[in-house]
Design a protein around this ligand. Structure first.
Ligand code: MEV
Length: 311
């Protein structure tokens, strides 16, 4: 085993969250500058984890990192022996449980680190299925979108169980990402939509299909570079996500603040019920102004992302 450092980056879902679990398309953007780093090194004894969420022996890991524990056991069984001593240090700029792909980025960086430390190659496809081991423990039945985008260099058109497709993004504009400061509840939100689908099959199916249609329309306007129309589509998606019960009072409040501040569109991103929201505008000055208003009205942190991500 040799000492290695690996990384993976954050993502945001522009549109299509939740519907993607039921076979509809989603569009997600990699955020290459917001990263998680993992350093894995040999140790004379013990299996030690240093991270923001846990510091200590792997076997004493807390519930929030159960997915990481399962993943590491799988990797050690594949690559070495289950008792192999190591020290694993995780440092991350991606906020935890905020819909920005933090858990998937951690799983990817850990998987890459173990393969690199034991000097074994891993294909992109195997990397994603391995990272899914931890995502399944954390999220129940993930679509795979988070890990795919955390591992992508360009915006993605994603349909569950289909090959990943890069998507053209021909926009001159800015996305503002704002963190409510409240943990997202992806697992609960996904299971609430599942319940709704059982209790009210027709209306829920119609809502999920409408999200799919909006995602297809978004792909067209992304190609055409029509920022205003993209904003309108985002607003419509937010109304449906609210109907599906995956928004929250804090998300609704920030969405309203962004709309009042003149954003072209705004919506929650990711699992919802906490976590982050997005707002869209054309100039950096306006993006800074919207970000400021969001922070004044409860956002814990904001990021501004230029939309020319294909470069
Ligand atoms: C979570 O980031 C996105 C969801 O669509 C769940 C998933 O795709 O697994 C809510």
């Amino acid at each position: 085993m040799q000492k290695v450092t690996t990384s993976a980056h954050a993502k945001v879902i522009l549109i299509g969250e939740h519907a993607v679990v039921y076979g509809q398309p989603a569009i997600a953007l990699p955020l290459k500058t917001i990263q998680t780093h993992v350093t894995l090194q040999p140790s004379s004894h013990g299996q030690i984890i240093h991270s923001q969420l846990f510091d200590g022996e792997l076997q004493q890991i807390n519930d929030r990192l159960k997915g990481t524990e399962t993943l590491i056991h799988t990797l050690l069984t594949r690559l070495a022996t289950p008792q192999q001593p190591f020290t694993l240090t995780i440092t991350s700029d991606i906020p935890v449980e905020r819909g920005m792909g933090s858990s998937a980025a951690t799983a990817l960086a850990i998987t890459k680190a173990f393969y690199a430390a034991f000097q074994q190659p891993i294909s992109d496809a195997d990397l994603l299925t391995t990272a899914a081991i931890s995502e399944q423990v954390i999220h129940g039945n993930p679509s795979g979108l988070d890990a795919a985008t955390d591992n992508a260099q360009v915006p993605l058109w994603f349909v569950k169980n289909q090959p990943l497709r890069p998507i053209a993004l021909n926009l001159q504009g800015y996305l503002i990402i704002a963190d409510t400061g409240i943990q997202g509840q992806t697992k609960e939100a996904v299971s609430a939509v599942r319940q709704l689908r059982m209790q009210h099959p027709q209306t829920t199916q119609a809502a999920l299909a409408k999200l799919g249609t909006l995602t297809k329309q978004a792909a067209t306007v992304l190609k055409q570079g029509n920022l205003k129309q993209l904003g309108t589509i985002m607003n419509q998606a937010q109304l449906i996500l609210k109907q599906l019960t995956v928004s929250s009072p804090q998300l609704d409040q920030l969405v309203t603040v962004a709309q009042r501040a003149g954003a072209y569109g705004s919506k929650l991103t990711g699992g919802g019920r906490g976590g982050c929201m997005l707002a869209l505008t054309d100039t950096l000055t306006h993006a800074n102004d919207i970000a400021h208003q969001l922070r004044q009205n409860g956002a814990q942190k904001t990021w501004i992302v230029p939309l020319n991500l294909n470069n």
